[in-house]
Design a protein around this ligand. Structure first.
Ligand code: NIG
Ligand code: FE
Length: 418
């Protein structure tokens, strides 16, 4: 199967030799080749160039030609933080919030993550997989071409392993890069558990099993007041590193108390949320980025939008030359949408990212924040043709300008239109 796309208004994130990621100050220089052509063969990008230097077509056999007048072609979105495996909607809690309760109040009454855990424990692995498969296909239809998925709604060793096996099954069913994260410390389960005793249980019981079965690429903890503190987060991260598992950590969602530095010191791949950020947090991330071994700062504006909490101060992070990634945080409690285009729109509209910065954060840096830079995040020769085609746009700012519109017209995975 051979395809030639002509007259592309802009081929975005296109490289001869792609870098692994872009630091804050570099993100606005994401390359765009204007008036371009792109050739795809057997699902792989084989060549590209500008229309001015278009070599012409010599071999027409089996060639499909598409005119992309006015449209942009981007790498498929890289969603580096999701909770896509879950048992049930929590729209009832959403209604309670509309009636005046806060997210934290609902959680304190046994709702929130505990609510999701009760539902998940009683759902079969097969049913969970069927729902997760549908959700992943829906995310892909809106442009997602690589994804990280967490456990964390199990809250028993057995149910956590069940979630991770579902993610493992998705990995074998889908060709796109999928990363699995063992979210060992998401909430303290009901009963006699404390944050400390639950963390110890996960470290002693679940973590070795997860590592032995190769069910996770990363570990995660919800480092937050009322959930897991610095001591618990540190003990989980240290134990994980000994088993060869790096971390991607929920931190600074509601409170800043030193979690970012702790994660940076533990060589976490990313710190995610960061709605509350203090100078010392930015400083730790800045130093790591300057050393060439960054911890990615992942903003989740869908969560800020849905919960009405502050947006991550990404401009400050980029000013400090920290590589920023954007992800959906897709989950039934704080961000019930898997649509990365919406995240990019929010990043531009609410966090004031330049369109090129937002795209870089949602593609090349998202891929790096889940360590799949070789497979996703850019358009380059020899790479899988996991790309999206926009509707006709005046410029990339139209991703957010027509804020109610769906900017993605078509999604291609391995060169096949979904
Ligand atoms: O990233 N903050 C912790 N975990 C998820 C939401 C959990 C939930 O409400 O189900 C998040 O926002
Ligand atoms: Fe999350």
């Amino acid at each position: 199967m051979r395809m030639l796309w002509k007259n592309i208004k802009g081929l975005v994130g296109v490289y001869d030799t792609p870098p692994l990621y872009l630091k804050g100050g570099e993100m606005r220089s994401l390359p765009v080749l204007e008036q371009a052509w792109l050739a795809i063969e057997d699902g792989v990008v084989v060549d590209f160039g500008s229309m001015e230097e278009f070599p012409g077509i010599t071999d027409w056999s089996g060639l499909e030609v598409m005119d992309c007048e006015g449209k942009y072609v981007l790498p498929a979105w890289c969603d580096s933080h999701t909770h896509l495996v879950f048992a049930a909607s929590r729209s009832g809690e959403f209604l309670s919030r509309l009636e005046g309760k806060s997210y934290q109040e609902i959680a304190a009454e046994g709702g929130g993550i505990l609510n999701s855990a009760r539902a998940l424990q009683s759902m079969s692995e097969l049913d969970l997989l069927a729902d997760a498969r549908n959700r992943l296909m829906q995310a892909m239809r809106t442009g997602t071409g690589s994804i990280e998925i967490k456990s964390g709604y199990g809250l028993t060793t057995e149910a956590e392993l069940k979630m991770l096996r579902v993610i493992d099954a998705l990995k074998s069913e889908f060709s796109i890069p999928i990363k699995a994260t063992f979210l060992a410390c998401h909430a303290v389960p009901e009963g006699d558990w404390t944050a400390a005793s639950w963390t110890a249980r996960m470290v002693e019981d679940a973590l070795p099993a997860v590592a032995k079965e190769g069910l996770a690429d990363y570990v995660d903890a919800f480092c937050e007041k009322g959930y897991f503190g610095l001591a618990e987060t540190q003990s989980l991260l240290e134990a994980s590193l000994l088993l060869g598992l790096k971390a991607k950590v929920h931190v600074n969602q509601f409170n800043a108390f030193g979690g970012v530095k702790l994660c940076v010191d533990a060589k976490a791949v990313s710190v995610d949320h960061l709605e509350e950020l203090e100078a010392e947090d930015i400083d730790a991330l800045k130093k790591a980025a300057a050393s060439g071994h960054p911890t990615f700062a992942t903003a989740l504006p869908g969560c800020s939008y849905f919960l009405g909490i502050p947006y991550t101060p990404v401009l400050e992070l980029m000013k400090a030359d920290v590589p920023v990634a954007l992800a959906t945080d897709f989950n039934p409690g704080s961000a019930p949408s898997s649509n990365m285009s919406r995240v990019v729109q929010l990043a531009i509209l609410k966090m004031k990212m330049h369109p090129l910065e937002a795209i870089a954060a949602a593609t090349i840096n998202g891929a790096a924040a889940m360590e799949c830079s070789e497979q996703a995040g850019v358009i380059a020769r020899g790479r899988a043709a996991n790309v999206l085609l926009t509707r006709p746009m005046n410029g990339l700012e139209d991703l957010a300008y027509g804020f109610g519109e769906e900017p993605v017209e078509k999604v291609f995975i391995d060169g096949e239109s979904l």
